[in-house]
Design a protein around this ligand. Structure first.
Ligand code: OXD
Ligand code: MN
Length: 593
């Protein structure tokens, strides 16, 4: 392939001289090349072809048993100054990080091929988009990148001779967990990932580029890279309004992004348009509003728990052209997972480790053996989602009317409340938190703060990130309204008060009404909450007292919360924005009434 880009050519030569692949293969984005790579990976056992009658275009992959999730303790932000990475990131000086990792990369591709994957995050050629080039020795990575991003010759044409691309180097090397490194060099626009083959560590366009590197670039360039889903709510009059929402992991972002309206609202004409389930890149336009794109082209979703009740659209999305990783492989080469649509994969199934498996198996300590890894994944093309918005391809994205922040709180946080101003909303995002559920390791009820759900993904000092949020609101003439939701509030007996799933649309619709200057609300010390009759409850029978409990604000509980927030802000160092300290004090004053 003739490539008219000296920076790119020189960099590839240099990396090839380090990794010593037998061959360099350029990925052109064609179906023919993809099919050949699939066949090659099937021949070596790297992937397994699934039952093409039942699951057309679907493939199966198992990662190394010790390589099943993102590794935060092996993830580093490598800026020249440690203070630029901030107190919430692991840091290494760039020279040390490059030198150490070069030892792991050196000669690691002997006997392997190096694939050159030019990819665009966002529509090719859009001013919102960023180009990356990933060098990888893994066909699994190539096949996933072909789904998750826009890949190929178009991207090289859009790049032209420009040196403005993210240099992404990945090698499986020996998959040694001790020598695993996920290194970000924001000052060099470079990512190095070595000794892993798990998606979140190796699909470098996603968390590494689209969040960590992009958040750094976004601050410099005056935009925002956020860990947010984007969805459009079409009202009965045909008007579509968009929300962007941030939740810590395991709070159902993908489910919310693909929400199906409950019958009562569907019959009125409500409809949902999915724009993205994980990442939003947001820019200020001349109309004074914030506009968002989803830079991805696919879904990399958690499989267990996905079923026709929790997420029927996801079930539809993953019926074809999907890569399944670490789920159960049934004898007829279909796939199975816990809390899916069926009770059993049948006789002759193998678990994510490749061992014979059937439901109910226990280990020697009597503990249940799961068939699918809890972090098993599907990789599926975005356009296969039945509610996929055609605006995914719009170079300009969609205007955001409301930001929604949320967490999993057993008590405290009402079903929804509205911030009274932009800065108050930033305070709400900065103090976002989730409590551990029984299913998670650790103390139950322990609160984990995760500002904007960005703690593992912010590529620079988190206090500067919070200040950037304050500044964006100052620049925007018509900023989105900001809300906080809690789908997980429980009654005294531990039961969820709110039915969740599609019913959440009732809550989103109230937020959008408020953003339009409509919707009934009362002011409380923490912000505006809906009046008991403000949500459209057509078709949902919920006791009045339950609604009251869902919306209750307990001042004493909130006072304790302000102390916990203060401790958290203190832990972020001295330059937490003064605006947020002011908001904390103002909240305390309102609670004291
Ligand atoms: C993800 C995550 O996989 O946030 O999207 O961990
Ligand atoms: Mn995520």
């Amino acid at each position: 392939m003739i490539v008219n880009n000296d920076t790119l050519r020189n960099w590839i030569e240099e990396m090839a001289a380090l990794c010593l692949p037998d061959e360099i293969v350029w990925i052109d984005g064609s179906d023919a090349q993809r099919d050949a790579l699939r066949a090659e990976a099937c021949a070596t056992g790297e992937i397994i072809e699934l039952n093409q009658e039942k699951l057309p275009g679907c493939y199966y992959h198992r990662t190394h048993p010790l390589d099943v999730a993102r590794v935060e303790d092996k993830t580093f932000i490598c800026t020249r100054r440690e203070s630029d990475a901030g107190p919430t990131n692991n840091w290494k000086p760039p020279e040390e990080a490059y030198t150490e990792a070069a030892n792991f990369f050196r000669g690691s591709m002997r006997g392997r091929k190096m694939y050159v994957i030019p990819f665009s995050m966002g529509p090719v050629g859009s001013p919102f988009s960023k180009i990356g080039v990933e060098l990888s020795d893994s066909i699994y990575v190539v096949l996933n990148m072909l789904i998750m991003t826009r890949v190929g010759t178009d991207v090289l044409n859009a790049l032209g001779p420009s040196p403005d691309f993210t240099k992404c180097l990945h090698a499986k090397a020996k998959l040694d967990p001790e020598k695993r490194r996920i290194l970000h060099f924001p000052e060099d626009n470079t990512i190095w990932s070595v000794n892993s083959g798990y998606g979140g560590n190796v699909l470098l366009g996603k968390k590494c580029l689209a969040l960590r590197i992009a958040s750094y670039l976004a601050r410099q360039e005056g935009w925002m890279a956020e860990h947010m889903l984007i969805l459009g709510v079409e009202q009965p009059n045909g008007h579509v309004e968009y929300v962007a929402a941030a939740f810590p992991s395991a709070c159902g972002k993908t489910n919310l992004a693909m929400l199906i309206p409950p019958e009562g609202l569907r019959s009125k004409g409500y409809r949902i348009w999915t724009m993205g389930d994980d990442i939003a890149w947001i820019r200020l336009d001349t109309d004074g509003r914030l506009w968002a794109i989803n830079p991805e082209a696919g879904f990399f979703g958690v499989v267990p728990g996905t079923n026709s009740r929790s997420n029927p659209s996801a079930i539809e999305t993953i019926k074809k052209n999907t890569i399944y990783t670490n789920v159960v492989l049934a004898k007829d080469r279909t796939v199975w997972w816990e809390e899916g649509d069926t009770d059993s994969p049948g006789e002759g199934a193998t678990d994510w480790l490749g061992r014979p498996w059937h439901p109910g198996m226990k280990d020697e300590k009597g503990k249940e053996i799961l068939g699918a890894h809890p972090n098993s994944r599907f990789t599926a093309p975005f356009r296969q989602c039945p509610s996929a918005s055609f605006r995914l391809e719009h170079h300009h994205g969609v205007p955001i009317a409301a930001f929604i922040f949320g967490g999993r709180r057993n008590t405290l946080a009402p079903l929804i409340y509205e911030a009274t101003s932009w800065n108050h909303g930033v305070f709400v995002g900065a103090s976002m938190a989730s409590e551990r559920t029984a299913a998670q390791y650790g103390k139950q009820g322990e609160v984990r703060r995760d500002p904007f759900a960005m703690l593992p993904f912010c590529g620079y000092h988190v206090a500067d990130y919070l200040k950037h949020w304050i500044n964006m609101g100052r620049r925007a003439k018509r900023p989105p309204k900001i809300f906080h939701v809690n789908w997980f509030r429980r009654d005294k007996d531990g039961n969820f008060l709110w039915p969740g799933y599609g019913e959440n649309l009732r809550v989103l619709e109230w937020a959008l009404m408020r953003a339009r200057g409509e919707g009934k609300a009362v002011e409380t010390p923490i912000g505006f909450i809906p009046t008991p009759d403000a949500l459209d409850m057509t078709g949902l029978d919920l006791n009045e007292s339950v609604m009251e409990e869902l919306l209750a604000v307990d001042n004493a509980e909130w006072k304790a919360e302000t102390d916990s927030i203060e401790k958290f802000f203190d832990s972020l160092g001295p330059h937490v924005p003064w605006e947020l300290r002011n908001e904390l004090e103002a909240l305390r004053r309102r609670l004291d009434g």
